[in-house]
Design a protein around this ligand. Structure first.
Ligand code: UDP
Length: 452
């Protein structure tokens, strides 16, 4: 009897935008796909691949393509425009090379899952007849705002414009200062939607209950599915073995220093402060934050990336010894789950917000740009899991403002409600990815179409 030839599993190629906040969610999504029987290859730019601090040991294969800046990536380009244009042209070409290479080596790709920031990848997928899936790493609400800009239904207020209110069905009213900031690269963001109608799947790193209302307004032509929150399984449903961290770090975390320091602090007493992997905060803003933290009644652990360190006030480190710890990068998930941490002062990058929501940690938002002001609005007004600072006319959040918001969350009546809501969202987040939850079912549905 002839042995039946074993069918090889469907093969998904994942293409994250080259930044920590975009790689983490796709990497986690990859792990979920692997658990459903899909073979996954994740392609990073050469520069990102070279800056990965350790070889992620996992069932995912890693490959590279080029953004045209193999040495320094984004930082090496003279301008955002130059970088993005190179990412598109060199990226398209080298992505095609990669797909051909995988094909020739007996690992043909069936589906391309690409970051919404790289809509050109859809054309590459079409050329090879692949299933096309776009993956958005910003919230559904923020993407829906950008979609409305793309459609010409609204425009984002620019600095100096008269204050206005933006009204979009499915979303709360946005005042000027709460909308996503119009950026140098607004075209990139808005053009994400230029070909999204042609995608076979539209994935969001969110979960149904978190963004129920706006999800109901998404264009019907899109096959929208929420697949988040994309945190390591260990922090949620615990169904994936050994899935404890993101496994790709572009900065070196000071794990031991952080954990040792937190371990002897009383429960719920520490403020964790981080502004993510990307933004630079002005020296003036840095000073105000430093002052606010110094004056508040709580211990704090502050992530100040190496490139930002010189903006810390002179003597600050000496003045805060005992009360505060400054590190250049942290194991954020471990910190957010540490019992001593009571509040997260954050720039409201969407991953950070989603992590805090999923882990039940109250937030104080100090949003800076892009989607952060809108995320912060949701944190306070829609999800009720924190408060946010309103900047002054110069765009600076004063130390005193930060101090009083921290007090409100840590000690005030409002803080109690926030903690209850945070605990509730934490359960809903876990439910979504656990067996039979909305995100789990959506991933099953996608995997099933590939497997049959
Ligand atoms: N992060 C971390 N250690 C830090 C600061 C951030 O591991 O000290 C991780 C964090 O858990 C999140 C990502 O980096 O997954 C930051 O993404 P986010 O969208 O919040 O901000 P961005 O870096 O894109 O501004």
């Amino acid at each position: 009897m002839e042995l039946e030839k074993k069918k090889s599993p469907p093969h998904a190629l994942l293409l994250p935008y080259p930044a920590q906040g975009h790689i983490n969610p796709m990497l986690q999504f990859s792990k979920r796909l692997v658990s459903k029987g899909i073979k996954v290859t994740l392609a990073n730019t050469v520069c990102i691949s070279n800056s990965m601090l350790s070889d992620p040991k996992s069932l995912i294969s890693f490959e590279t393509y080029s953004d045209g800046f193999d040495q320094g990536g984004y930082a090496q380009a003279e301008s955002v425009d130059i970088y993005l244009s190179s990412l598109r042209t060199v990226g398209s070409r080298t992505l095609q090379d990669l797909i051909k290479k995988l094909d020739e080596s007996g690992n043909p790709v069936n589906v391309l899952i690409y970051d919404g920031f790289m809509p050109w990848a859809l054309d590459v997928a079409s050329k090879f007849g692949l299933v096309k899936a776009v993956f958005f790493t910003q919230s559904c609400a923020v993407n829906y705002i950008y979609y409305n800009v793309y459609k010409g239904l609204i425009s984002l207020p620019r600095p100096g414009d008269n204050p206005s209110i933006i009204s979009i069905p499915g979303l709360p009213l946005f005042r000027s200062w709460e909308t996503p900031a119009p950026l140098d690269y607004l075209d990139l963001i808005v053009n994400q939607f230029s070909n999204v109608d042609d995608a076979d799947w539209v994935f969001f790193n969110a979960f149904q209950k978190l963004e129920e209302e706006v999800l109901g307004y998404m264009p019907e032509i899109w096959k929208v599915r929420t697949v988040g929150p994309t945190l390591p399984s260990m922090y949620l449903d615990k169904r994936l073995e050994d899935d404890k961290d993101y496994a790709i770090n572009l900065f070196k975390p000071n794990d031991e220093v952080c954990m040792n320091w937190l371990n002897d602090k009383p429960s719920g007493s520490v403020i964790y402060v981080s502004f993510g992997s990307f933004i630079t905060v002005s020296a003036e803003q840095m000073e105000e934050i430093a002052q606010g933290l110094k004056d508040c009644n709580h211990n704090f652990l502050w992530v100040v990336r190496k490139s930002e360190e010189e903006k810390l006030p002179k003597n600050f480190i000496n003045e805060i010894s005992g009360k505060g710890l400054v590190v250049t990068w942290s194991p954020q998930l471990e910190i957010l789950t540490h019992k001593s941490v009571g509040c997260f002062v954050t720039h409201c990058g969407f991953n950070s917000v989603l992590e805090a929501i999923s882990l039940g940690v109250p937030m104080v938002g100090i949003p800076q740009w892009t989607d952060q002001p809108a995320n912060a609005k949701y944190v306070e007004d829609v999800w009720g899991v924190g408060v946010r600072a309103r900047p002054d006319d110069k765009g600076i959040v004063k130390g005193k403002v930060l101090q009083s918001l921290i007090t409100e969350v840590m000690e005030g009546e409002k803080g109690k409600t926030i903690k209850t809501r945070a605990a509730n969202w934490k359960n809903l987040a876990r439910e979504a990815v656990d067996e039979g939850g909305t995100s789990d079912s959506n991933i099953n549905e996608f995997a099933a179409t590939l497997l049959h």
